[in-house]
Each structure stands twice: as structure tokens, then as C-alpha cells.
Ligand binder design. Structure first.
Ligand SMILES: CC(C)(COP(=O)(O)OP(=O)(O)OC[C@H]1O[C@@H](n2cnc3c(N)ncnc32)[C@H](O)[C@@H]1OP(=O)(O)O)[C@@H](O)C(=O)NCCC(=O)NCCS
Length: 176
């Protein structure tokens, strides 16, 4: 998985020695509460290591799951993903493979524009590599994440149950 740089950030593959940070991040209800239809907090370092192995296993020229770090201090601040989105069970066999972008950051790193900066860098990189469209889905109550979508210039397409078997606000970004 490649590294992607922006003005203040470096996005790089997750490493085993990030396990303590990942556990700290994903054991927090305020971080995971809007992630998926049935969010759960992470409990153990073993779970963090297993999750890191799955993140590293993404093998694709465009998709990835990156650790977001600050360029100046090499400090971990969160997670950024670009990957095929899971359709709802009733929609499993319909249409093309849509790609989603997603983010979650440590609360200590909220309010600095890092999620927007990291996502903008990944979108630029993906469109340069030929991706034709990127989606984002957010829980209807997740106003912070919807604000990130708007800062990224994503178009709000309304509410849908097409993904993850749950109602979500759907956003779309096209190249250019
Ligand atoms: C969603 C989430 C990543 C948003 O984080 P965020 O820090 O609010 O988002 P951004 O990176 O866009 O930062 C914007 C904020 O930084 C501020 N900011 C400070 N310095 C800035 C700078 N140099 N550039 C841009 N914004 C800056 C903005 O004013 C804005 O603050 P505000 O919300 O008080 O108006 C965060 O709330 C989170 O991790 N939530 C839990 C996980 C989650 O729900 N993920 C999404 C699932 S769909």
C-alpha cells in the first residue's frame, strides 16, 4: 500500500506497533458509535493486531486503509479508508461495485481539519489513478461527518438504505 502525503499529514500502511493507538481509538464509544449498523468498541490488543493485519491485507492499486499521521511529529491521529462499499442484503447482486471513502480520528485530533485534509489527498490520488466516482455514507445523526463531506465538495444525494442494511445519508464525489 502506498504512502500519501498532504500539507500537514502522511497517510501510511498500519503497522503492528500502532496497536496501542488503534485500541485507544476504537475502544471509545464516541469514535465508533456511527460506524456501521451495529457498532462495537474494541476490547483487546489482540483485536487491534488482527484488525491491523486485515487493514494491511488490502491489495489494490487504488484502494487502501491508511493510518493518518502528522507529518511534523509523526503522531498517529486516525484512520482513512477507500474501499468497495458493502451493499445491503436485499441489494447484494445489483449494479456496479461502488467505492466508499471513510474516516475516523482520535478525539484529541478533532477540530484541526485533519479528516478533510486526509480525505482530500486520498480523493486526489484516486482520481489521478482513474477512479470514476467515490461515495460516502454517514449516519443521519452524524453531523460532524456530513460536514467533512461538504468541506470535500461532495454532493448530497439524500437518504438511502442501499448500503450496510441501515439508513444513511449518501454523498458522492466525481473527478474534477
Ligand atoms: C467525523 C470526524 C472525522 C470529523 O472530525 P473534524 O475534526 O470535525 O473534521 P475536519 O477534519 O474536517 O475538521 C474540521 C474542524 O477543524 C477546524 N479547523 C481547525 N483548523 C483547521 C484547518 N487548518 N483547516 C481546516 N479546518 C480546521 C474547523 O473549523 C472544523 O471545526 P468545527 O467542526 O468546530 O467547525 C470526527 O468527528 C470523528 O472521527 N468522528 C468519529 C468517527 C466517525 O463518525 N466517522 C465517520 C463515520 S461516517
Amino acid at each position: 500500500m502506498r504512502t500519501i502525503a498532504s500539507h500537514r499529514l502522511a497517510l501510511r500502511p498500519w503497522r503492528d506497533d500502532d496497536a496501542d493507538f488503534l485500541l485507544d481509538l476504537e475502544s471509545r464509544w464516541e469514535v465508533v458509535r456511527f460506524l456501521g449498523a451495529h457498532p462495537t468498541t474494541m476490547r483487546t490488543r489482540e483485536d487491534a493486531l488482527a484488525s491491523i493485519a486485515r487493514r494491511r491485507a488490502v491489495d489494490d492499486p487504488v484502494h487502501g486503509i491508511w493510518a493518518i499521521t502528522t507529518a511534523a511529529e509523526d503522531r498517529l491521529v486516525g484512520n482513512l479508508l477507500l474501499k468497495p462499499i458493502r451493499r445491503s442484503t436485499s441489494q447484494a447482486d445489483t449494479g456496479r461495485d461502488d467505492v466508499e471513502i471513510g474516516w475516523h480520528l482520535h478525539p484529541d485530533a478533532w477540530g484541526h481539519g485533519y479528516a478533510t485534509e486526509a480525505a482530500a489527498a486520498v480523493l486526489d490520488d484516486a482520481f489521478r489513478r482513474g477512479l470514476a466516482r467515490v461515495l460516502a455514507v454517514t449516519d443521519p445523526e452524524n453531523h460532524a461527518s456530513q460536514a467533512v463531506c461538504r468541506r470535500l465538495g461532495m454532493t448530497h444525494l439524500g437518504r438511502t438504505t442501499r448500503y450496510y442494511d441501515t439508513p444513511n445519508e449518501l454523498f458522492e464525489k466525481l473527478p474534477g
